[in-house]
Design a protein around this ligand. Structure first.
Ligand SMILES: [Zn+2]
Length: 64
């Protein structure tokens, strides 16, 4: 799965705040993501997040 810095990950399961979109803050063996709804940040192994990704949204022309 091609995931880059500043991509938006749309998850299959929404965050409790109701938002399913997360901004990628760090990539590598571990990911750091920030919820676009409430600003909550999570950190953990890439594989754990990849399982839950429904779509990768990328807009190279507009800042996130
Ligand atoms: Zn949230």
């Amino acid at each position: 799965m091609d995931i880059r810095l500043n991509d938006i990950l749309r998850m299959k399961k929404a965050h409790p705040c109701g938002c399913a979109d997360w901004v990628v803050l760090r990539v590598g063996a571990d990911f750091r993501l920030r919820c676009r709804g409430c600003g909550h940040e999570v950190f953990g192994p890439r594989s754990r997040f990849e399982r839950n990704v429904k779509a990768v949204l990328r807009d190279d022309d507009a800042p996130a």
